[in-house]
Design a protein around this ligand. Sequence first.
Ligand SMILES: [Zn+2]
Length: 391
Amino acid sequence: MASDEALMGVAADLIAQQSAMLDMLEAFVSSESPSDDPPMLAATADLVAERGQDLLGAPAQRLGTAESPALKWELDAVDCDAAPVVLLAHLDTVWPAGTSDRWPFTVTGNQATGPGAFDMKAGLVQGLFALAALARTSLCHPPVSLLVTSDEEVGSPSGRDLVEASARGASAALVLEASADGALKVARKGVGNYRLRVTGRAAHAGLEPEKGVNALVAAAHLVLALDELADPDVGTTVTPTLATAGSAQNTVPAIAQVAIDVRCSTVAEQDRVDRALRHLRAPNDAAIAVEGGVNRPPLEERAAGELFDLAQRAARRCGLPPLSSARVGGGSDGNFTAALGVRTLDGLGAVGAGAHAEGEYVLITAMPQRAALLAALIVELGGESDEDRVR
Ligand SMILES: [Zn+2]
């Protein structure tokens, strides 16, 4: 079992590398990587592969596709036969190409800002430095992999398989998404994306409107009915977000479409809302088709509880202040690993604020601290099975 002194040494080693971490963050943020821009994703993946190789002394495996490249590093166990630990990161951001022209990477005092700095390029930097710090010590630890995908912000259509394959058989999935005001994320709501497609019948709005079936009027009734499906007391929200209807000023609309964002804390609630959406009835003769469905299952708190306790212990042992935990609405790739039954702890990335908002920033001094937390937590996960074996 690693001594507290050894873990404090890892933290001191990382704190001494704060400026190298900030340099890497600047390079990653300055390489824009919108989820829907394959050339920019490829260039950023190349950069991450190169800088990661310089740091770790080992090349990344190239995974994924041309549209959605992915990288993976693996660190062998040291004197430990515990199951592997998987770290999850993504290099794509929600920011369109050109954002950094008006909002370049900038450091002011203890804050670093730029598109994607907080969500989650700082977390990616922290993950790489945590692995490098472990590789430099002789501390016992389980095998660790770091998977970096590039379509997380659009629901991981291609990254999901890689995430699930990496997590199968792991003792824990540690997600390098940003923290919630410093708090680790022990529960995340599941996400459903739906589209209601309402089909009526067009007719001239002046000459013979009675021959039409108004898809827009039907959609309006349906939108109001969505309120009935929500259940805020258990955290279920059903939010109409986008709507289109009609084809001309003087025509009864034949088509209306409504996009709906659904968030639920439990699989049972996701199932209930899914069934209810598929049983919606129009108030007139319009036909309704429901497309889409559940995108990410919820990360339920029991999947994170033990890991949070271990993280709390790791923080104490490497001299960091006590951690707090939070339940949040947004989904991440951690939802997929939790659904596989793999213990999952999220929010282990950056400390800062403003995910998906202009001005998102990272607290610079927290970067080496959170990298140390990650390294110490991996060591704790190796020790966990030591104790089990003694029993
Ligand atoms: Zn993210």
